[in-house]
Design a protein around this ligand. Sequence first.
Ligand SMILES: [Zn+2]
Length: 308
Amino acid sequence: MPKHLNDAASVSGSSTSTDNSSSRKRKRPSSKKTNGGGSKRLDAADDDDATPAKKPFSDKHHLVANGHRRNSTSKAARDPLDEARAVAVRQPAPPVVDHDGLSRAAKGTRTRLQETPEQAAARMEKMRGAVRTLLECVGEDPDREGLLDTPSRYAKAMLFFTKGYQVNVDDLVNNALFNEGHNEMIVVKDIEVHSLCEHHLVPFNGKMHIGYIPRNTVIGLSKLPRIAEMYARRLQVQERLTKEVANAVMDILKPQGVAVVMESSHLCMVMRGVEQTSTSTITSCVLGCFERKSKTRNEFLSLVGINR
Ligand SMILES: [Zn+2]
C-alpha cells in the first residue's frame, strides 16, 4: 500500500491515490465473503481521469495525486469546478441520496426513468442515428453487412451500461435492513465494478471494497454490491463513484462509519493518452468512525488487503 493513501486517509475523509513510483505486486488475503483476492499491480500515471475532480460535497474530500492535466479535447467537457480545484473549498454537503433514486440527477434522467414505451422507442431510434453518424465519421460504411445492426446493438449496450439511472435506491434496498444489534465491522470486498468514464465514454473496471460498522442496523449483504452497481452504471469518475457509494451507505444505514476503497484500471489511460497498460488508480472515502479512528481505518485497510 502506498504510504500516502494511509497518510491522506488519516487527515481527511477521502483520498485518491495515483502512484507511479511503484509497480510491486501485492498479495491479498482471501475473503470468505467474495471471490478472493489476487495480486495487483499498483502504479499509475498522469491522466486527466486520474486527476482528482473537485466536487460539491467534498468537504471531507482530500486528494493525493501527482498528476498534471494534459491538454486534450476532453478538457472542454470537464466540470468547470475543476478550474477551481487548486483552491480547497469547504462547502456544506448537499443531500447525497435523494430518495427518488435520481441522485445527481441530470437533465433528462427523470425523463428516462419515467418514459413510456413510445418514448423509449424514439430514444432508441435517436441513438441508432447517432451511432450511424459516428460510424460514418470514422470513415466506415454503416451499410456494409458487418455494421448493419451495430447502431442497434451499441444503443442497447449503452443503455445497459447506464441502467443505474433507472434504479431507485429505495427500491434497491427494499427493506433489507435488519435490527441485529450487531456493532462490529462488516466488510464486503472484491466487488467487481464496471463503469464508464464520463470524459471518454470508455470503461473503467476494478474492484470495490465496502466496510461499515453498524449502529444496530445491518443491511442484507447482497445489497452492498447492488448499491455499488447502481452508481457504477452511470457515467462516472472513480473519485465520485467511491464517494457516492460511501455516502449512500451512510445515508441508508446511519452506521457508526463507512469506508469504501476502489482500485481500478481505466481504458482511457490504457488504450489512449499515456497508454499505461498496468496502472491502477486507488480512491478511498472514509466516513464517521473510519475517519476519526486510525485503528479502525487500518483494520479495514488490512482486511481488504490494502494496508501493508
Ligand atoms: Zn477517461
